[in-house]
Design a protein. Sequence first.
Length: 382
Amino acid sequence: MVKKKSFRVNVNGLESEYWAFFDPAGEIDIVPTVIFGDMLWEYAWASTTKETYATIVQAFFQTLCEYNTTFKDATNQEILGFLQAYYLKNLPFQQQQKKKKPAPISVKRMKTVQTLLRRLFATGEKLGFCATRRRSYIYKHADGVVQAVDDADRIQSYYIKETLFETLLEHVDVNADFERGRDQLALRIGYECGTRTEELVRSNNFAIDRLKTAQLSYKIGDEITWKIIGKGKDGGKSREILIKPKLAERIFDFLDKYDVIYANASQFFCQKGGVRLSESHGTNVFFAAKHQFNDPHLNLLFYHALRHSYATNLAEWCVKNNVNQRLIQDRLGHNDAAITAVYVEVWYEIDGNHNKSQEMRMVRHDKRNQQKNKKSKELQDG
């Protein structure tokens, strides 16, 4: 059974919890702690992805110990060699897990983990966390068994109330007016339209020519149905989002105010010189604002929490207006209606209707177990 260690650390008067995973056979003395936790939350990854990378880092530490070496002595080639061995399950402590044929791993993912490892140690040395030549870290811990978090509980923990979101916007800490207004709109579009951070800068999603064409026919008080390209194979999946009147007016007013900048730009989310921003810009803005705000509820959240909050608010509207929840599925671009139903379940819980929420959870778990049993039977039948 995999063990989890939790780390409670006080930063700027705000206590936070971070975690790492350990081999059940015994503790290792090199552990990812608060630095690793902070670094992971910079990425807009799902919790399962973060847990995966935590496990990889733990395995890397364990390998260093087994070979009695240090990170400082490891070359880039050796780190990539470790990653290849890890994904191919060729390390000694992975033999018992070697059941399925390993899937090919992308070079991009290997480079991501390699960068993560190097940043971890560089930051640790800079902040004085490294205690010995073997790179032990200073930490407090409490043992516990890792248990999967229910989807509804996870999504509810991501929910940001409108009043809290508006206060977060006030903490977008940028000196220049253009950058501050642009970054506040990046957060608003995430919260009010359910966009992902990479969708803000994806070609044609918020292209200047499209926005100016829409502005010509816009009437005050209108809602705009706006087509964007999201994630997915073959260039991404198309879906429609709804831009409400107040947000539409904010966007068009911003276009007019900075028409000199946008005369040389192709994308709405750009630098002053017209150059398009990176896919992670929305994530960076969110993190800078939440750290400036320093509110406990936002401490472990990331840009994608805005999308979860939008979906939960939309679920509220559907429930109160007796609108089919298929609308949520269409607006978010979900392939599976079961994913969408979780947001309705979360809203009932937030609204205090615990009986309805628990009823939906029981039905969801029953369906999931039935699907698992069916798949298991199919595998047994060959």
